[in-house]
Design a protein around this ligand. Structure first.
Ligand SMILES: *Cc1c(COP(=O)(O)O)cnc(C)c1O
Length: 381
């Protein structure tokens, strides 16, 4: 079985796992305890926070550890909007966002009475400065635009968008959950106020993430209880996972160039060969400004879910987009936002590469795909 779905999740890096292990049994203390067991755990969490802060170029007390990327997105959006309830009311985001952002924005509209405006995206699913500038008004509280898209790989111009937000005095959040594996996540260079990260997309553990919160950004805590995480997120720290998250992020930053150099030529070979050898195929997302490990396509008159099953039977693990879409016959919101008609939109395929991908994996995939597309097309008739 060949795994080509690194945007859904990655296997944990061995040295990350090794760093985590002592905190399950030997150093199992609660960081909030006064005694030495507690102190040891507390210093592990402090050290992890410093490691994350040094990759992000921020202060350690601007990092809030969460249970993952989804929770970080929830805290950013709901926390910031509910904190500014009386002053301003609009939230701006795009239909191409991960559901952790888009569904939270919809909930803010439906249940909390905020106003939601969807930002226009271009044909590659990119949010441009013009589309943000056009949507901003005097009563806008925040904008949330993802750094890189999980389904189509498009990288948004975050520094420019954040500068536009700042010029208009609105908060800017970015979901950098996919981006952190390959792109620079320095918050000073990006100029963002809030940024979400999730460990399992860069060879860290699942179930742990972080939210960068620029000093002075007011958030309503979304888990109330103990005073952990600067009282923004109650609950005993998940020490081994926090340690693993920080180590994985540090390695991702250190090895960014090498990891990119490994996947990018393989990714380019996939894109070139697929478009050349398969009739009625199109690349989805930005051809240039896209994640280096990410190839995504639509094929006309193909049932994407059927194709995934055929690929699985042939030994390849791919995706049609977001991992959560499996079994759903509707095209994804992201593919819909690109404006494809249903005969194209239902035939989406995402191939995402990673550290263990070899040229042989790619060759074998490229040999197997065309006949499987043909088969899926015939079954679709
Ligand atoms: C995976 C993902 C999330 C969710 O992160 P979890 O850690 O799985 O909760 C959010 N946004 C994007 C862009 C993602 O790819």
């Amino acid at each position: 079985m060949i795994y080509l779905d690194y945007a859904a999740t990655t296997p944990i890096h061995k040295s990350v796992l090794a760093k985590m292990m002592p905190y399950f049994r030997e150093s199992f203390g609660n960081p909030s305890s006064i005694h030495r067991f507690g102190q040891k755990a507390e210093s592990a969490v402090d050290e992890a926070r410093e490691k994350v802060a040094s990759v992000l170029g921020c202060r350690p007390d601007e990092i809030v550890f969460t249970s993952g990327g989804s929770e970080a997105d929830n805290l950013a959006l709901r926390g910031a909007m509910t904190a500014r309830k009386d002053s301003t009311k609009w939230i701006l985001t795009a239909k191409t966002e991960h559901p952790a952002v888009s569904k939270t924005a919809i909930q803010l509209e439906k249940e909390f009475g905020f106003l939601l405006e969807w930002l226009d995206v271009d044909g590659h699913g990119m949010v441009t400065v013009e589309s943000l500038a056009k949507a901003v008004c005097n009563n806008t509280t925040m904008a949330s635009v993802m750094y890189a898209n999980n389904e189509i790989g498009t990288i948004n111009p975050i520094a420019d968008l954040a500068a536009t937000a700042k010029a208009n005095n609105i908060l800017f959040h970015t979901d950098a959950v996919q981006a952190a594996a390959y792109l620079d996540v320095d918050v000073t260079k990006l100029g963002v106020d809030l940024m979400s990260l999730g460990g399992h997309k860069f060879y860290g553990p699942k179930g742990v993430g972080a939210l960068y919160v620029r000093k002075g950004t007011n958030l309503v805590p979304h888990l109330t209880g103990g005073s952990q995480e600067f009282s923004l997120r109650a609950g005993t720290h998940n020490v081994p996972y926090i340690v693993g998250f920080a180590e994985a992020l540090k390695l991702a930053a250190e090895e960014r160039e090498a990891r990119t150099a490994h996947v990018k030529p393989l990714r380019d070979h996939i894109i070139g060969t697929v478009l050349e050898s398969i009739p009625d195929s199109k690349l989805t997302g930005q051809p240039e400004k896209r994640l280096p490990n990410h190839a995504s396509f639509v094929f006309k008159d193909v049932d994407g879910n059927l194709l995934l099953q055929l690929l699985d039977a042939a030994g390849f693990a791919c995706s049609s987009g977001s991992a959560c879409k499996t079994g759903n016959p509707e095209p994804s919101e992201v593919i819909k936002a690109l404006g494809y008609s249903n005969d194209w939109a239902l035939g989406s395929l995402r191939i995402t590469l990673g550290m263990d991908t070899t040229p042989q994996h790619v060759e074998s995939f490229l040999e197997s795909l065309p006949p499987l597309i043909e088969k899926a097309r015939n079954l679709n008739r």
